[in-house]
Each structure stands twice: as structure tokens, then as C-alpha cells.
Write a protein that binds this ligand. Structure first.
Ligand code: G4P
Ligand code: MN
Length: 170
């Protein structure tokens, strides 16, 4: 099992332990953990985060996602999917332009995506990338993140620290 899945299970387990004495206020005294675990918004985020590059980078179709995971998850993935038929420069420009108009859930996925990719660039340089190209990715990511602000202070603070370290803060 990959470490993300382990972390997810550990988190659910932690919450279940913490809520173990609590019950919902219904007659059946439903275990309290059903409430946080059943929070649809967070489930959509986790699903969309896991699926976010499937349409962009594999043979997965939006219709396939909709049939398997429903219209909400399919729509979030669609919102974060680049049109790979466009020239790269135009794709990158459109991300900056579209970011502020994304739904809240799509903005969260985009913040998480950029955070991972920037940390990955700090961890090691992709094959064939010059230091200049890495720096340009940071500058471009900062422009995308500008349009995503006001979505998650936790994610934005982590991103801001990475931009600060690179000397590309606002
Ligand atoms: N840092 C890093 N990135 C890697 C690596 N392997 C694959 N990638 C992917 O490369 C993409 C960034 O490379 P670019 O040259 O800027 O873009 P492109 O693949 O879309 O043409 C990211 O796509 P993306 O997730 O779709 O995000 P985005 O750049 O479109 O926001 C990232 O996930 C790696 O080892 N390190
Ligand atoms: Mn990605």
C-alpha cells in the first residue's frame, strides 16, 4: 500500500479512536464517526485528488469517471484537466487565467497538485530540466496559486514558504 493510503487510513483510525465514546443524537445512537467519515465534501476532494491527472494523462474519459464515480467528482477532475491538444505555452497561460474561476473543490485539488509538484522539484530535478526551467516552474506556479487564494490557509501557507525559499514570493 502506498504511503498516502496508509496516511488516510491512519487519519480515519485516529478520528475513530477520538470519537469512540460519542454517539449521534438520533434514537439509534449512531456512532459519531459516521458523521466525519460521511462528510461528502471531503470524500469528493479525496476522490478528485486521486483521479486529477487521469483524464489529462491517460486514456480515461470524463464519461468513464462520471459512470464510475458520479457527476460531482467527474466535474472537479474536468476543471483541473488541461487541454493537451493546445500548445504548452497556451495551456500554462490558461491555467493562470482559469484558476480564479474554478470551484472551491477544484481549487483545493489544484493547490494540493502544485504543492506536491513544487516539493518534488525541491526533492530532485526531473531528467533534462535545467535549474532555470525549475525556477520558471516556481514563478508560473506562483501565478496560478495567486488565483487560488482564500481557499485553504494550510495549503497556501505551505506554498508561500516554498515560494519564499525560492525568492519568488509576491
Ligand atoms: N516536479 C515533477 N513533476 C513531474 C515529475 N514527473 C512528472 N511530473 C509532472 O510534470 C508536470 C510539469 O511539467 P511541465 O513540463 O511543466 O508540464 P507538462 O508535463 O504539462 O507539459 C506536472 O504535471 P501536472 O501534475 O499535470 O501539473 P501542472 O504542472 O500542469 O500543474 C507534474 O505532475 C517529476 O518527477 N517531478
Ligand atoms: Mn498533477
Amino acid at each position: 500500500m502506498n504511503s498516502d493510503a496508509v496516511l488516510l487510513l491512519e487519519t480515519v483510525h485516529f478520528a475513530a479512536e477520538k470519537h469512540r465514546q460519542q454517539r449521534r443524537k438520533d434514537a439509534e445512537q449512531t456512532p459519531y464517526i459516521n458523521h466525519p467519515v460521511g462528510t461528502k465534501e471531503s470524500a469528493y476532494f479525496v476522490q478528485a485528488a486521486l483521479l486529477h491527472d487521469t483524464v489529462e494523462d491517460t486514456d480515461t474519459t470524463p464519461a468513464e469517471l462520471e459512470a464510475k464515480f458520479g457527476p460531482i467528482v467527474a466535474r472537479i477532475v474536468q476543471e483541473v484537466t488541461d487541454d493537451k491538444s493546445l500548445p504548452k505555452q497556451e495551456r500554462k497561460r490558461q491555467q493562470v487565467e482559469h484558476a480564479p474561476h474554478c470551484s472551491h473543490q477544484a481549487k483545493l485539488v489544484k493547490l494540493a497538485d502544485k504543492l506536491y509538484n513544487l516539493r518534488d522539484l525541491n526533492r530532485c530535478t526531473p531528467v533534462g530540466w535545467t535549474a532555470e526551467r525549475v525556477q520558471e516552474y516556481f514563478v508560473w506556479a506562483r501565478e496560478v496559486v495567486k488565483g487560488l487564494r482564500g481557499t485553504s490557509s494550510a495549503l497556501e501557507e505551505k506554498l508561500d514558504e516554498l515560494f519564499r525559499q525560492r525568492g519568488v514570493q509576491l
